[in-house]
Ligand binder design. Structure first.
Ligand code: SAT
Ligand code: MN
Length: 596
């Protein structure tokens, strides 16, 4: 096949990789519906995908049971200098890593097709489109990239003769000997997800799943982009972007950072419970924030689809996600398959079907002990299909952000909502963000860990430098034009373990309070940790007063709990080391002082 480009460096890189990995053939992807058809047919034949009867152009997929989430312990930032990776990333010398991985890649695509996927993160019409090319031996990756990025000929047209692009090399690491039959989900026991920030290069080996393999997502749009953003004076963040319209037609855009699987997608597509208010979505996972000519921060979603956690997504928790996937053109990975060719997962409907094929490909009935779907199972679906998508989601200028929300999953201590005193205090809130771990990453579930700006696994450089960059970003701007920063916790529980706040669509009441604060017509109490509303300041009309929720307790600032939090924050700051911004140390001392 002749290459559809005259970009010399790209051509050279493609032949170098082909020489190393020895695929049977090289295919340049054009991103067309025909290509989708060809590859999905091939995957159905291979047993990787099952075509769904009940959703048009949609597929069920079960991964190898060992390849189900991002592998943070196998994820490396290979900066030239170890000090640039910092204590929160795994580091290896780039040359050493390349020696190891070159041997892994040698012959790794034998018996397979090597696909070259040109793609663009963010609108194709951007002034300076951010381009990438993923080379992969996985058809599943190609079709997922169709959904998650702007891919194919339209993207390749932007490369010209010599445009810069991020090199993303991926192999599942499962070469086939002549005549050897393939497995439905090829992968290798050994895995590496390596980033070379100075070279804007990503090398991924051994996994076919999600953020390990769809390299435009976390690897490029967060880890590599965060390095670019620091150099160029912008922010690449793990944030949803939503548009909130009041009954009077006033519009505010909000960006919000939560660790994986804390309800970010649900918030992005929220259906407000308060009459007259409207939420539209511009993105559910990643935001690139740049200053506009007017001095405000503008957000762009670099992605083109949603890669959402399936379990817990249902008509009562996220009807817009359900409507989006009902339109088809979607891939479902590690959920359960129904007898009549549909998908199901825990929380999809109230009552499970009588019989399912589980994500492990086993027979499953409601009496089964195991879950039908993996807790990190996913739907992958185009953003354009979401009825709640805002028309301006693809605007290359992005949208001006009024508020930034940080949130985590905490059973205690952290109130439903707190407004920061100022930008620096807001950065402190983000820097000390903590959450109980979920199934989105391999490892133990339910442990409280610090997760600065929900970026801990995604900062492509030293966490201390990253926090300093946040502080500096505030200094570069006119304070009045900066977004206000809020800290939320939908997950606080009472002594008896019950949730204190109903969450989901009721979270619109918190959004409303936040924009009312921005517009200067909502009250709050000054507390040691920031501005916190009294129960009367929240619009609670229509909320069942006899419900078992306890708004007062959800909003309470317990000084003892916060005093107990101080040494935990101190210990977390100590792990960042010398590069912790003095401003954040000052904020901690100021908090201690206010609690005395
Ligand atoms: O696997 S992904 O990194 O794409 C999803 C997530 O962890 O949020
Ligand atoms: Mn995420």
């Amino acid at each position: 096949m002749t290459a559809p480009t005259t970009h010399q460096k790209l051509l050279e890189w493609v032949s170098e990789v082909a020489e190393l990995t020895t695929p049977d053939r090289v295919v340049w992807c054009d991103g067309s519906p025909l290509e989708w058809r060809r590859l999905t047919d091939k995957l159905v034949q291979a047993g990787t995908l099952v075509r769904l009867d009940k959703k048009p152009n949609s597929f069920w997929c079960a991964s190898d049971p060992t390849d189900v989430a991002r592998v943070e312990d196998r994820t490396y930032i290979c900066s030239a200098d170890e000090a640039d990776a910092g204590p929160t990333n795994n580091w290896m010398d780039p040359l050493d890593m390349k020696v190891i991985m070159t041997e892994q890649y040698r012959g790794s695509m034998a018996g397979r097709t090597m696909y070259v996927i040109p793609f663009c993160m963010g609108p194709l019409t951007a002034d300076k489109p951010l381009l990438g090319v993923e080379i992969t031996d996985s058809e599943y990756v190609v079709i997922s990239m169709h959904i998650m990025t702007r891919t194919g000929s339209d993207a390749l047209a932007l490369f010209g003769e010599d445009a810069d692009f991020v090199r993303c090399l991926h192999s599942v690491g499962a070469p086939l000997k002549p005549g050897q039959t393939d497995v439905p989900w090829p992968c290798d026991r050994t895995k590496y997800i390596s980033h070379f920030p100075e070279e804007r290069t990503i090398w991924s080996y051994g996994s076919g799943y999600g953020g390990n393999a769809l390299l435009g997502k976390k690897c490029y749009s967060l880890r590599i982009a965060s390095v670019m953003a620091r150099e160029e004076g912008w922010l690449a963040e793990h944030m949803l972007i939503l548009k909130l319209t009041s009954p009077h037609g006033t519009v505010h855009y909000i960006a919000a950072a939560f660790p994986s699987a804390c309800g970010k997608t649900n918030l992005a597509m929220l259906e407000p419970s308060i009459p007259g208010w409207k939420v539209e979505t511009l993105g559910d996972d990643i935001a690139w924030l740049r200053f506009g000519d007017d001095g405000r921060l503008y957000a762009v979603n670099p992605e083109n689809g949603f890669f959402g956690v399936a379990p817990g997504t249902g008509w009562n928790t996220n009807p817009n996600a359900m409507r989006t996937i009902a339109k088809g053109n979607s891939i479902f990975t590690n959920v359960a398959l129904t007898d009549d060719g549909d998908v199901w997962w825990e929380g999809c409907t109230d009552t499970p079907p009588d019989y399912l094929t589980s994500w492990r490909r086993d027979d499953w009935t409601p009496a089964s002990e195991d879950l039908s779907s993996h807790p990190n199972s996913r739907y992958c679906t185009p953003i354009t299909q979401c009825p709640a998508t805002a028309p301006e989601w693809d605007d290359p200028q992005g949208v001006p952000i009024s508020a930034i929300f940080f949130g985590g999953r905490r059973a205690t201590t952290v109130p439903l909502v707190t407004e920061s005193f100022d930008w620096q205090h807001g950065v402190f809130m983000g820097a000390t963000l903590s959450s109980e771990t979920t199934a989105a990453a391999a490892g133990e579930v339910g442990v409280v860990r610090r997760d600065p700006m929900a970026m801990l696994p995604f900062i492509g450089y030293h966490a201390g430098d990253y926090l300093q960059h946040w502080i500096d970003t505030g200094k570069r701007a006119d304070t009045a034009k900066l977004p206000k920063i809020f800290y939320v916790n939908w997950f606080r529980r009472g002594d008896d373990g019950r949730f204190l706040w109903p969450g989901f669509s009721e979270n619109s009441r918190v959004l409303k309070w936040a924009v009312d604060r921005i517009e200067g017509h909502a009250t709050a109490f000054q507390t040691p940790i920031g501005w916190v509303p009294g129960a009367k300041a929240l619009d609670l009309r229509g909320l069942d007063p006899s419900s078992h929720f306890d708004i007062r307790q959800a909003l309470a600032v317990d000084h003892d709990e916060w005093r107990a939090e101080l040494p935990l924050i101190e210990a977390w700051f100590a792990t960042i080391g010398d590069k912790l911004p003095t401003a954040l140390h000052d904020e901690l001392e100021a908090l201690r002082h206010r609690l005395d």
